[in-house]
Design a protein around this ligand. Structure first.
Ligand SMILES: Nc1ncnc2c1ncn2[C@@H]1O[C@@H]2COP(=O)(O)O[C@H]2[C@H]1O
Length: 828
């Protein structure tokens, strides 16, 4: 028994620790407790039990296996009275375009393993089956014939399946040709990235199929089934009345349940990642000294509550070793000492998360999804109607659910199908991938990119605007800019994906936008389209370039030139694929690209809002920078006849050109990234449909938005030296923003982008994983530029390598690259 009692006369907030470590022996943490009980208490026999007879011969949990001592060691991973995983009749969906020997062998193997099969011949048929299947009718296993992508595109199908709700734990197997493993590794990676669990060689030999299937069922399907129970466990923890916190081995909070918010008077996003030390008055190293780390602690500790006095709580700290024998996590369970009433529930709820916090976006998307699925169940109608959601889609779901209450079973089933369709991706926004909370740089960066400013966290206002009034008068006479043969040679390649924009920046004396722009004007015949002379375009380009801030390390005219170059390359490729944009559309897209970041101050919109800059005030904190870019371009262009490239357009053409340019520039705002992406994917998910839809106006809008968005953030898909240089530039700009926020006492939008501590590889890995990857796959699926994927994957693997090797700063990365490839890197 350990009793640490500090001086009771000490101040109110000083530590009061009364507690003891449980158990005297030196047993390892937690895992050896309850062992006997677990095997006796929770083991179920495979043929009967509370979940009824099993039709499949497969044991889904270790507890299902016949127990014998030789298996004991292998079963050590699950030792608790656990939530038993779902134990359904296993179902497989065989997706083969035709029934051949290989399909037949898989069918027989499934039959032998008691797996029920459904066969589908096409993607549409399969997706319909998956989407219409209800809870009793879902598939544990998909076997896709990936031998010939002309018939079935396994990568595309897998992506769609992974986006279908309820299929995150389904095992997906791709049946490939033997030659696949001999030469086509990038394809293997692409399939795995899309969500395929395993690629196997197709064979018509039933025995081999059976062996493969058995291994898959045991090594993939079963763990997936076990993992799916986490959902129930997390829900239980989240709803627990007691406060539960889990820390890592250095006592940083990794998980906190909902009740924690009430106890600490903080929001979950403020709690996660905090050292536990900050919420306890007592020193954790005293409560849990190194020598007692393996022991449970049980006692009274004083908890700091934001804005309140310290509160004495009964705390139990349980060490858990997830890997090895030393504790990797500590579970803190808080309750009021001797409490009879529900103390936690009586505490007020903390305030809502501010805009701009990751917490707020995650809650938002969670609510919408759960509402959607709740709406599908008649029983939850009351709950649904009580929610203050006003989206038309919610009203539709409500009305349909009401009809279901009083209709026939057949009609109810039909309505269920309608509701399933309404539930599909693309109808709800915003949508985003779940961000791993253990990845602070990614959460920082992605949180900052995808959300608006933090209006609550503004600690101090700053009225000094960093925005100058746009409209720098040009000192350069474009007509006198001399053609230069080196520039001309380089511009020969201006439509290729590995075009060297940094070389252009260097040899044009920092005027890449003028030269690249002029090249595009000529290549795409823009003077004829706008019915103006080239000199007007040249003057326009000079003014536009002059109104980019050369002192910004990233958002300068080289970035604009880069985006314009990517736009030109995409238009060129679209033309090759017969997705023809007319000359006016091409010119408009190029103009939008050239001007999309004009007068960018090198600070984010969140910064402008937090510092109450005049621009943020002007645009009501909404789409601040993008609104400014679009407005500035029009103000400059219309304000001077000598540069007015629109002056000869008729009224209607001007009106429509202006609308499209504004729409494209506003689409570069990252807070709506997932919305734009989801809409594009829902319309252009398959090549075949795309041809028809693109002719319609709505499709054209989606293509144009996606085009400029991809061009804007395509730097992770460029050849590695360029990708690294762009990463350096954006990081430098973020660092400068953080420096200024610190010096002015403003809220720090991205604390991890501190030049003293930042890991560049980590930030790039996060950016690629959360923002770039899905977008590039969607765009490549539409435009067919596999080099986008190849470069992205290579760059991703290199960032991973740098991270593993501890090469974290830009200086280290650049010197590593110079060592590897002295010729290329020295040219930068
Ligand atoms: N390589 C990169 N790493 C991290 N963030 C990036 C990268 N490239 C672009 N971005 C961010 O993505 C944003 C896209 O819109 P902006 O150009 O306004 O600002 C851009 C940057 O904030």
């Amino acid at each position: 028994m350990l009793i640490v009692s500090e001086d009771s006369t000490s101040a109110r907030n000083e530590a009061t620790i009364v507690g003891h470590h449980v158990g005297e022996s030196t047993e390892p943490p937690i895992e050896e407790q309850n062992e006997d009980e677990d095997f006796e208490g929770t083991g179920t026999s495979s043929s009967s039990g509370r979940y009824g007879p099993r039709k499949s011969s497969l044991a889904l949990t270790p507890e299902d296996e016949t127990f014998d001592s030789s298996q004991h060691k292998a079963l050590m991973d699950i030792q608790y009275p656990t939530v038993l995983p779902p134990n359904p009749q296993l179902k497989a969906l065989l997706m083969f375009p035709k029934v051949d020997g290989i399909c037949d062998a898989f069918r027989k193997a499934c039959e032998r393993e008691h797996v029920e099969i459904t066969h589908s011949k096409s993607k549409m048929e399969a997706l319909d089956l998956l989407q219409s299947s209800n809870i009793n009718d879902s598939y544990n296993l998909l076997i896709i014939d990936a031998r010939n992508s002309k018939f079935l595109d396994a990568e595309d199908i897998t992506r769609c399946v992974r986006h279908t709700s309820g299929y995150q734990f389904t095992t997906i197997i791709a049946v490939v040709k033997k030659s696949f493993f001999e030469k086509e590794q990038p394809q293997l990676i692409a399939l795995l990235d899309a969500g395929v669990n395993r690629c196997i060689i197709g064979t018509s030999k039933e025995e081999i199929c059976c062996t493969e299937l058995r291994q898959i069922l045991h090594s993939i399907v079963r763990p997936h089934n076990v993992m799916s129970t986490q959902q129930a466990l997390y829900t239980a923890l989240h709803r627990l009345k007691q406060v539960l916190i889990i820390t890592d081995e250095i006592h940083r909070i990794q998980y906190a349940n909902k009740s924690t918010e009430r106890l600490l008077n903080m929001r979950l996003d403020e709690i996660i990642s905090r050292p536990i030390q900050e919420i306890l008055v007592s020193d954790v190293s005293t409560i849990m000294p190194q020598s007692k780390l393996n022991k449970e602690f049980d006692g009274i500790l004083t908890v700091k509550r934001k804005g309140h006095d310290g509160t004495a709580m009964h705390v139990r700290i349980v060490p858990v070793a997830c890997i090895g024998r030393t504790p990797t996590h500590f579970v803190f369970n808080f309750d009021e000492p001797g409490s009879q009433h529900d103390f936690i529930a009586s505490l007020p709820q903390p305030k809502e998360a501010p805009r701009g916090s990751l917490h707020s976006i995650r809650r938002g998307s969670y609510d919408v999804r759960s509402v959607a699925s709740d709406g599908l169940r008649r029983t939850s109608l009351a709950k649904l109607t009580s929610l203050p959601l006003e989206a038309p889609i919610t009203k539709i779901v409500n009305l349909l659910s009401q009809i279901q209450e009083s209709c026939s079973n057949d009609e109810a089933k039909l309505i269920d199908r309608v509701l399933e369709f309404l539930k599909r991706e693309g109808l709800y926004s915003p949508q985003m991938k779940e961000i791993r909370p253990d990845d602070p740089i990614a959460t920082d960066l992605i949180g900052a990119l995808l959300t608006g400013p933090s209006i609550y966290s503004s600690r101090r206002s700053s009225n000094d605007s960093i925005i100058r009034v746009a409209n720098r008068t040009s000192v350069v006479n474009p007509i006198k800019i001399k053609p230069n043969s080196q520039v001309e040679d380089l511009l020969e390649t201006s439509l290729t994906w590995d075009f060297d924009i940094f070389k252009l920046e260097e040899i044009t004396g920092q005027r890449p936008l003028y030269y690249l722009g002029l090249d595009m004007v000529r290549r795409f015949d823009m003077c004829a389209t706008f019915n103006i002379d080239e000199d007007t375009f040249k003057r326009w380009l000079v003014v536009i370039e002059d109104n980019y801030h050369q002192q910004n390390s990233y958002h300068n005219s080289s970035h604009a030139a880069d985006v314009m170059q990517a736009t030109g390359a995409f238009i060129n490729q679209l033309a090759k694929k017969d997705f023809v944009m007319d000359r006016m559309d091409e010119a408009i897209a190029l103009i939008a690209a050239a001007a999309h970041d004009i007068d960018h101050p090198g600070r984010s919109s969140a910064f402008l809002c937090n510092s109450k800059s005049p621009l943020a005030v002007l645009y009501n904190d909404l789409t601040v920078l993008e609104s400014h870019h679009a407005a500035t371009m029009f103000k400059l262009t219309l304000g001077d006849d000598k540069i007015n490239i629109f002056k000869n357009l008729d009224k209607e053409s001007y009106k429509s050109a202006r609308a499209v340019i504004i729409d494209m520039i506003l689409a570069t705002e990252m807070t709506r990234h997932f919305e734009h992406l989801a809409k594009f994917v829902s319309v252009f998910g398959s090549d075949v449909e795309a041809r028809d839809v693109q002719m319609e106006d709505e499709g054209q809008v989606l293509i144009r938005r996606m085009l400029i968005k991809v061009a804007d953030v395509s730097n992770p898909s460029r050849p590695q030296p360029y990708c690294v240089e762009w990463a350096r530039r954006i990081a430098e700009e973020y660092f400068t923003q953080t420096d200024e926020e610190k010096s002015k006492g403003l809220p720090i939008v991205m604390p991890m982008f501190d030049r003293a501590t930042c890991s560049i590889p980590k930030s790039q890995i996060g950016f690629i994983e959360y923002i770039i990857q899905d977008m590039m796959h969607a765009w490549n699926g539409f435009i067919d530029m596999p080099e986008l994927i190849t470069y992205m994957q290579y760059n991703y693997s290199q960032w991973k390598k740098f991270e593993e090797q501890g090469i974290l700063t830009l200086a280290d990365i650049k010197s590593k690259l110079t060592t590897l490839n002295p010729r290329k890197s020295s040219s930068k």
